[in-house]
Design a protein around this ligand. Structure first.
Ligand code: G3I
Length: 361
């Protein structure tokens, strides 16, 4: 159970009868192993309360399934997070499964939910090598046709949500581990220039949105982050509208890179925003209490590595609860990667993340 920080937010005894609605809300939160705090106290000492207090985002990737079917999921999501990312609903295969036939329902559901709960939305993702619809992937289009299709996709998608998405992962996972450009439909047919074009088209479609390049294994100072750093410098020198770098931060417990803060700082020193965009910290199962304690430390360290750097826009987790995490299906034998367990009880990781967000911790 997360601890309220001592000396900062003590529980306040309610001096007046508890309104029925509030009593119901408190009982509902109690049903999913959540902190028993007054509404005022809980707002101030939630992840969202601390993030709001310092003007940053604490976000979560949201699955359409739990968003529409699991009230415990939305109770935690809306109390603890002031930003959401579509885990899959805004990817090309979800939005345009057949050419010129769009499916906006799930993406609209998330954006409407966020607006109703005063949450920001991160758009994910416009140009990626994965989750492309088969008509596109197997269409054998010419470079000219592919440019036209990519521009149309960006114009249509970014244009639909203009003014309602504060940041877009425009380009996702463009690099290989050695710093070379990853082979993809885009790189192979259009060359590296697709990146600048995508950023320019997205900026034209929504000039207010912050435009990011997002990747994994770039959290440390290494060949991959060096290559991205050099590309970012080149794009900025060309006046390309690049505003931020997304550091996905999919970590294994005990392995938050020691060079992470300095690495994020060098991107920030270019004048760019930095964001942790997909944080989760996987543990070999079954997770021991020592590993859960280390995970708590890692969540604090990873969040502070960003929040301690100028222009850190925030931290987004890749999910809310272990119940729906992508990790077990991808990393065999691993799981328990998020701050809430399958039963929505807060784990020590919640306290670590909370202390990372709370400047008085
Ligand atoms: O939509 C189909 C559904 O029709 C079908 O019945 C079902 C079973 O085959 O598959 C569904 O598609 C799945 C999709 O998620 C939507 O649920 C895919 O199989 C599955 O592979 C896909 O996994 C997603 C993965 O990206 C794909 O690479 C994960 O949920 C998602 O968490 C993960 O997120 C990525 C970020 O976008 C980029 N950074 C890495 C991160 C983790 O891989």
């Amino acid at each position: 159970m997360p601890q309220t920080p001592s000396g900062t937010h003590r529980r306040r005894r309610l001096s007046r009868p508890v309104p029925l609605a509030l009593a119901g809300a408190l009982l509902a939160t109690a049903a999913v192993g959540l902190p028993h705090l007054s509404s005022e106290a809980s707002a101030a000492t939630t992840l969202r309360g601390y993030a709001d207090g310092r003007g940053v985002k604490i976000g979560a990737a949201v699955g359409d399934g739990p968003l529409t079917s699991d009230s415990s999921y939305t109770t935690v999501l809306d109390r603890e997070f002031n930003s959401v990312t579509a885990e899959n609903a805004m990817k090309w295969d979800a939005l345009e499964p057949s050419r010129n036939s769009y499916n906006w329902a799930a993406a609209d559901r998330l954006v409407n939910h966020a607006v109703a709960h005063n949450q920001g939305v991160r758009g994910h993702t416009l140009v990626w090598y994965a989750q492309l619809p088969s008509w596109l992937k197997n269409g054998n289009f010419s470079a000219s046709e592919l440019n036209t299709l990519l521009k149309k996709h960006i114009d249509t998608t970014v244009g639909r949500y203009k003014g309602r998405i504060y940041a877009w992962d425009v380009v996702n996972e463009a690099f290989n581990e050695d710093g070379s450009m990853r082979s993809s439909l885009w790189q192979d047919k259009l060359g590296t220039g697709y990146i600048a074009n995508a950023l320019r088209w997205a900026h034209a479609a929504d000039p207010a949105a912050k435009l990011y390049i997002n990747d994994y294994n770039i959290e440390a100072d290494n060949a991959k982050s060096d290559a991205l750093y050099n590309l970012a410098k080149q794009l900025l020198a060309q006046g390309v509208p690049l505003h931020g770098i997304g550091f996905q931060s999919h970590f294994e417990v005990g392995k938050v890179p020691a060079s992470m803060k300095a690495n994020l700082k060098r991107f920030s020193d270019l004048g760019l925003e930095v964001s942790v965009t997909e944080l989760d910290i996987r543990i070999p199962l079954p997770a021991s209490s020592a590993e859960l304690a280390q995970q708590s430390t890692d969540y604090k360290t990873a969040s502070e590595n960003c929040l301690g750097v100028p222009r850190c826009a925030g931290v987004t987790l890749w999910g809310v609860t272990d119940k729906y995490s992508w990790v077990p299906g991808t990393f065999s034998g691993y799981g328990a990667a998020l701050p809430y367990n399958e039963g929505y009880a807060a784990k020590p990781a919640y306290t670590g993340l909370s202390n990372g967000l709370n400047p008085n911790a």
